[in-house]
Design a binder for this molecule. Sequence first.
Ligand code: SME
Length: 162
Amino acid sequence: MAESITIEKSAPKAVKYEQLLPQIKALVGEDTHAIAIMANVSAALHSAFGYLWTGFYTVEGDQLILGPFQGPVACMRIRIGKGVSGAVLAGGETIVVPDVDKFPGHIACSSDSRSEIVVPIKNSQGKICAVLDVDSIQLATFDETDKKYLEILCGWLGDKIF
Ligand code: SME
């Protein structure tokens, strides 16, 4: 198992993702334990990008339950359709929110959060089993580059652990 993640901190984010994704795959190796993998993936993303909050919610019934994360304490349960994460669970597609104050029903786990991206993680049957949620203290932090690479990451995670 790789023991650390090395990222060129000043590189453009596409380069950082290109550097990070193979290292995450190497770090995880043959392991398939969902909690262990989500814990290390949240740590790897968080240390690479330094956003406010980086973590997972897993699906139980019609709720999202807080999973492994890095950052401030967060809401433990989110109902389907509520907030950005609940909207992703209901709609099945990634949502990029440039300004959380303009997203109806946004759940402010932290008042420092200004923008966010939430990506669904689906199993091989296409059922959403978890979401990846990343929050930033700055407006409009996330764009098509984050969507592209985080969807690649979440596609791999869905195949691997759910
Ligand atoms: N803001 C999210 C809630 C989760 S936290 O930010 C960690 C939302 O509206 O779904």
